[in-house]
Write a new protein. Sequence first.
Length: 210
Amino acid sequence: MRLILLGAPGAGKGTQAEILSRLLNVPTISTGNILRAAMKNGTPVGLKAKAYVDSGRLVPDEVIIGIIQERLAQPDCENGYILDGVPRTIPQAEAMEEMGVGVDWALSIEIEDYVIVERMAGRRTCHDCGQSFHVVSNPPKKEGVCDYCGGELSIRRDDAPETVMARLETFHKDTEPLKHFYEARGKLKSVENQPSIEATTAVIREALGI
């Protein structure tokens, strides 16, 4: 199955992508994680992206599309994939169609803005591997320490309330129209955010028939 996950920053796309990846046995392609690795390593793409991410703006299309092209060419994507964080704009979606990137479903997780702001305040991200946790809904086994690599957990600058509001404004203007884009192609599935990760997974599985 080839999936695109849509939803506001903090809607839980990354968490649900990991769960679906295990269920479907296909890789999750997270542009956020790829970009964070590039920024940490100080690559040319990473330095270019950092200025945009730090101010809550979108990374330019040419950077994103280049990353996706490279990743989807790898053998583990032959049987399907889950795209988390791309496309974010209509031009990106059109460029992906032109590249021949197939999509079975675009899954949109619906959530109110005020819930996002509250949720992001509790998010903690690993400085080393980029893994995300939440102090309430998905806490690490040891406070401040990543379960996966032992790295230090911290609040990302783009999870600060003022940056979250800027990111939400960008989402509504640039990314939300993608719902209509995929609905017109008969490929949109929408689910309401639920009180727990497990409940949200349940409604997603029902929507996708898995």
